[in-house]
Design a protein around this ligand. Sequence first.
Ligand code: ADP
Length: 527
Amino acid sequence: MERAEQFFPEKEVISRTLGGVSTFTYREIGKRTRRLASALADLGVNRGDRVGTLAWNHHRHLEAYFAAPGMGAVLHTINIRLSPEHIVYIINNAEDKVLLVDEDVWPLVEKVRDQLKSVEAFIIMTDSQELPDSEDSSLYSYEQLLEKGDERFEFVKDLDENEPAGLCYTSATTGNPKGVVYSHRGIVLHCFALGLADTAGLSEEDRCMPVVPMFHVNAWGLPFAATMLGTTQILPGPQFTPKLLADFIESEKVTITAGVPTIWLGLLNELESGSYDTSSLRAVLCGGSAAPLGMIRAYETKYKIPFLHAYGMTETSPLVTVSKLKSYQADLNEEEKLDVRAKQGLLVPGLEMKVVGEHGEVEWNGEDMGELMLRGPWIANEYFRDERSEEAFRDGWLHTGDVVTVDKEGVIKIVDRTKDLIKSGGEWISSVDIENTLMAHEAVFEASVIAVAHPEWQERPVACVVLKEEERDRVSKEDLMAYLKPQFAKWWLPDDIVFLEEIPKTSVGKFLKRSLRDQLKDHLAVK
Ligand code: ADP
């Protein structure tokens, strides 16, 4: 933040809130951040205390990103899409002292307020100065607090680089969410990693729009890195639509944006129905779940928008791999290039990996599968106050739970999560491969392949497919089966294809396979 104030005071942060779109310079953001830090100190926030946020991507959230760590406190971003029970668990587990809450998220927090054990003050992030309920003594208006704050507040100078700066809980597909602590050191080194030409190459020249929420792995670290580099930031705010993103890309000349595949599928639909100038885009950073090859192809060939497929997780800050061609792969044909780019890519400098199968480390032959293990400066080494740490971080490595292959170039491909692999007659089937092939079909909007119990084979794959609206009467189950047949070994072919209106999704937009498995658990037994 100090660097942005010093060298890029006139560069801008464009922020959308419920009140509309406003522009701030880094000079202003710096002063507002210092005012916020001084206000937090006045409210009793001390070094090491957790400051929770429940907020969308906007300038106030960005200010909190720097105010809390800047004063030696810990920024705890809370996923607003989690269930109320999980939100209560997370806040109590983290012992947040203060919560910064968006105006439209406040009703959710208000409902569970009685169950929050540690919170002493709620700061409502609203455009208006006044709060409707001004009688409530633990409720504060963000802008009022800032007005009283000190814009010359000094950030702490004697921080140890290993002190905690951030905390984020994974969205928990099973059990309670697990907290991951980010150190100052990890966050800073991760910023450097995002700036490498061979990863995202983030730079001062960019106009960066993180669509991935700031409550999800620090919006992949982009707000930190962009501020460090003086990059223009475009923060799309609450309840955005694909149209709003497309409009922002055009009007703000966004050069790099980041989000999960669901976002890009939605944007693709929007680009197909409207007319937008997207020529400013140099990279769409896509991660969080596998980017379907068909989608990468559509973006690159039809819209000339370069796609960057990346992999990571909450435990890894998140950047782990980015998929780019090596210089000597330039003479591969277009399809071969796409095949490489649809894989998760190469490990970024600074990290170490190993892939362990049933018989130890696997060969790098693109076929042998094993669990990916990671370590390095921005890889967590424990969960916050959680007994599940021992299992996930044994032997000094993060056990990712992701099953991968590594090809001879060192490029990893995620085959599945350990819990989503389908075990049929003692052999593994990768649900991801079948999904990607289905999603490359022109009539298919989304596809998710799950394991369903089978009396003879233990498990068999069943595909859940959402067709594009205009194709719903035209394409049948048999058409899709005929399309899959030449592309897979016979025993990999799904036993059934079920058409759905929509695939249930997790709070961060990933396919919720657990819910599909519940829905279809007796599907093959009954048939
Ligand atoms: P959660 O664990 O709650 O789903 P995370 O964002 O931490 O939230 O998810 C990380 C997981 O997402 C990884 O372990 C991996 O399974 C999956 N993932 C992330 N990026 C990719 C990708 N590019 N391709 C396939 N899977 C991915």
